[in-house]
Unconditional design. Structure first.
Length: 129
């Protein structure tokens, strides 16, 4: 099912293989994808483009996904942010959800779970427009 025909997803991950694989997966499901390798570039892209959902890694060198979440909240409170990490630490997940994350996904992720989370975030965004 292609749900994302008019939805734009901003993906941020410093692991280029994960970034590319995730971008291909989302494009296959009809989403428009903007891919960035760091939070600094992501903020620039977020300010320049219409973005429906942000999908970001938590652990990155320059700025964490949690810091990026806070930046996104400052730019537009209505953009759902999904956090991904290879480290399934409960305290990070709780902190992220408390700061307004839409969802938390553990890598390596199952494709269907990632797509489901993105679909739910897009539906949520459309409801609050």
């Amino acid at each position: 099912m292609k749900y994302g025909d008019d939805s734009s997803i901003l993906i941020i991950d410093d692991d280029t293989s994960v970034l590319e694989t995730t971008a291909v997966l989302l494009r296959e499901h009809g989403y428009s994808v903007i891919a960035c390798e760091n939070a600094k570039d992501a903020i620039v892209k977020l300010r320049e483009n219409k973005v429906d959902v942000v999908l970001t890694d938590i652990r990155m060198p320059e700025a964490s996904g949690i810091e990026l979440l806070e930046e996104v909240r400052g730019i537009n409170m209505d953009i759902p942010v999904i956090l991904m990490t290879a480290y399934a630490e409960l305290d990070i997940a709780i902190s992220a959800m408390g700061k307004g994350a839409f969802d938390f996904i553990v890598k390596p992720y199952k494709s269907e779970l990632l797509i489901h989370s993105v679909e739910m975030a897009v539906k949520h965004k459309k409801l609050i427009k």
